[in-house]
Structure formats: structure tokens, C-alpha cells
Design a binder for this molecule. Structure first.
Ligand code: AMP
Ligand code: MG
Length: 348
């Protein structure tokens, strides 16, 4: 299949959006930018179209998709009921990087929800995404547009790496703003429960609805507690090189990474480092990449997946990364980084 690439870096191209909308309506796949990561979209109400997403990504079929809407009214057709607290959260954070889970209506095929009776819904804050959703009939199922297990795409070139020849269209909207996937909150539990951390953190949610908790499967360090979002149990974001996180006081971390790099090189490995603008200069290694600056944590979240992909395209065989326990997004950033590292953390 020939994958068409449409450039919308400087805004919505109405004619191309109309073509993208008809691809979706005919059961095809279109990758598109959102404020979090690039999504791989299909008509959420069409079971066969949803099935094509799983095939293109190589995604396990029990891992449900998020349905993206562009207008508040659209939600009524796909969910059974909306608790008051969810309306308040939508008022505050939609459109935005927040996904909410409700009981699904009959209109939503089980192929889209991975067999669950619940459905995840999000309204993205990106004009290209919303134009596409409207053109495609109002309900677009979209996971991240990467091959299952690889880092999520934050640029159109990442989508091309994974999806070229497998889908009808890729819309290029430039680099995304946030860089890690939406926060997921489950409203089908007695107490609203965060299943995946993201830009909208627990404090920002608690400020609006009061009582909220975090899924134990997310916090627990062992694999006995199963996370409630099926997708959180899979190995994710894994770079080809082995990845270690080094955690502790700034100075000790730098010394430890320099030591590990020397050891790795002596063993004939090709080491690389994930550092920040602040720490770059302290490392002796040839292959040091800056993820961003600690004074602006969004630069760290935005570049996390991209930097993992850059290492994938190099001959680096082992990566040492600093930890990024930043004030607001620290939990979300470290959740992704720890998964990428397969839980290999060195504490100094
Ligand atoms: P992705 O689209 O790649 O960001 O993955 C979507 C995430 O949402 C996965 O971790 C899914 O397991 C989770 N998810 C989607 N729908 C549901 C649902 N109905 N219940 C629980 N988790 C869900
Ligand atoms: Mg994903």
C-alpha cells in the first residue's frame, strides 16, 4: 500500500482533511498529530476498521483503544452515563490530555474496547486532530501510532518509520507539544482511579473533583498486582539498546554514569547517555544526548520518546539515563522511562 503524507505543519488543510475523513469512513487508517503523541486513527464504530489498527501495530487484541471526539455532545452516543465529577473534569481539562473511562453504550463494538464493557474517551487539544475527527464521522479510535512495543511517535517521521506502507495516510503536524500519552482516569470504579499518569497529574484532578486515587498496579514494583488498564501490563517503549536509569544525588549520579560508561567501553560495548542541558558537560562519553532542561519539564517529556528512537538509529548498545523526578510531570515521565528500561534502576 502507498502511504500518502499530508503536510499540515502550518495548520488545517481543508481539502486534505476531507480526503482523510473519507478514508476513515471507508474503514481505512490515518495517523494524525495530537498534543500528546501521534495517533493511529480508524472509525471507532466500525469493528473491522478497529481490527485493522491492531494488525498495523501488532497490538494484542485485549488492549482497548481510546475513542477520540471533537465535540462534547458526541459523548452521549458512546457512553451509558456520565458522572457529575466527570463533567466537571471535562469542563476544566477538555479539550486536553485527559482520557476518561465510562460504561460503553451498544453503539461501541467490542472490537474497539478489547472486549470490555467500558470505553475510554478523550477530546484532544489539537486543531488538526479535531478537524479530522469531525470529517471522519465524529468517533475516531486511536492508540499511539507506533509498532507495539516501540516508543510512541512524537514526530511524523517516527510514524513513517513504523507505519509506511501499512496505512493509507499520515498527517504531518510537526513535533507534538507534550510528548507522553494522556492521563487515564476510570469513572467506573467507586472512587475515580488514575490508570495511567500523564500531563494532568493527581493534584490537578483532586483540585477539581476531590477524591481520586491511583491504580495499585501502577505503583506496585512487583508484577503480582495487575494494572487495570490492560495496556499498562505490556513491555513498552523498549529501545533496542539495554537501558539503565541511575537515580540519586546529582553529583553521585554523574560520577556513577561516568564510571559505568568506562566499564561498558572496556567490555567492548558502545555506551550512550541521556542527560540534560544542565549536566551534558560533566560527561566524558562521546554519545551524550540532552533530553531537555530541568527548568522546563515539558522539554523533557516532549523529547523522551524521540531520544529513545535516536538511539535506536545509532550503534549504541547500552544507555545510561539520569532520572527525571520533576515537580509536576515527574510521575508520568518516570512511568514511561522505567518501562522503557524494563525496571533496571541503579540507585546511588
Ligand atoms: P494508547 O492508545 O497506546 O495510549 O493505549 C491506550 C491505553 O488506554 C492502554 O493502556 C489501554 O489499556 C487503556 N484503555 C483503553 N480503554 C480502556 C478501558 N476501557 N479500560 C481500561 N483501560 C483502557
Ligand atoms: Mg501506545
Amino acid at each position: 500500500m502507498k502511504t500518502v503524507i499530508e503536510d499540515m505543519c502550518s495548520g488545517v488543510d481543508e481539502e486534505a482533511i476531507a480526503r482523510a475523513g473519507s478514508i476513515l469512513k471507508q474503514g481505512g487508517l490515518v495517523a494524525f498529530p495530537t498534543e500528546t503523541v501521534y495517533g493511529l486513527g480508524a472509525d471507532a464504530l466500525d469493528a473491522e476498521a478497529s481490527a485493522r489498527i491492531y494488525a498495523a501495530k501488532g497490538r494484542p487484541s485485549d488492549n482497548p483503544l481510546i475513542i477520540h471526539i471533537a465535540d462534547w455532545e458526541a459523548i452521549n452516543y458512546i457512553v451509558e452515563e456520565i458522572p457529575e465529577q466527570a463533567k466537571k473534569l471535562a469542563d476544566e481539562y477538555w479539550p486536553g490530555p485527559l482520557t476518561m473511562i465510562f460504561r460503553k453504550s451498544k453503539a461501541v463494538p467490542l472490537a474497539t474496547t478489547g472486549g470490555l464493557q467500558t470505553v475510554a474517551v478523550r477530546m484532544p487539544d489539537h486543531e488538526v486532530a479535531r478537524a479530522l475527527i469531525r470529517a471522519g464521522g465524529g468517533y475516531v479510535a486511536a492508540p499511539s501510532a507506533n509498532t507495539s512495543g516501540r516508543p510512541s511517535p512524537t514526530k511524523a517521521s517516527h510514524v513513517v518509520e513504523d507505519m509506511d506502507g501499512k496505512i493509507e495516510m499520515i498527517i504531518d503536524g510537526g513535533e507534538v507539544g507534550i510528548g507522553i500519552e494522556s492521563t487515564i482516569i476510570d469513572f467506573t470504579e467507586e472512587i475515580p482511579t488514575i490508570l495511567r499518569p500523564g500531563y494532568i497529574n493527581q493534584e490537578m484532578i483532586a483540585r477539581v473533583i476531590g477524591n481520586v486515587r491511583t491504580d495499585r498496579g501502577l505503583i506496585a514494583d512487583n508484577s503480582e498486582v495487575k494494572p487495570k488498564a490492560p495496556g499498562m501490563k505490556y513491555r513498552h517503549y523498549a529501545p533496542r539498546a539495554e537501558l539503565f536509569i541511575v537515580e540519586g544525588q546529582e553529583k553521585q549520579v554523574r560520577d556513577k554514569i561516568n564510571e559505568l560508561v568506562r566499564e561498558a567501553a572496556a567490555q567492548g560495548k558502545k555506551p550512550g547517555i541521556i542527560a540534560t542541558e544542565e549536566s551534558m558537560g560533566f560527561y566524558e562519553c562521546q554519545m551524550v544526548k540532552s533530553i531537555g532542561t530541568r527548568t522546563e519539564e515539558i522539554t523533557i517529556s516532549r523529547h523522551l520518546f524521540g531520544i529513545l528512537r535516536e538511539f535506536d538509529n545509532s550503534d549504541i548498545s547500552v544507555i545510561y539515563s539520569e532520572a527525571f523526578e520533576t515537580p509536576n510531570m515527574g510521575q508520568a515521565i518516570m512511568n514511561r522511562l522505567i518501562k522503557a528500561a524494563g525496571h533496571q534502576i541503579i540507585r546511588v
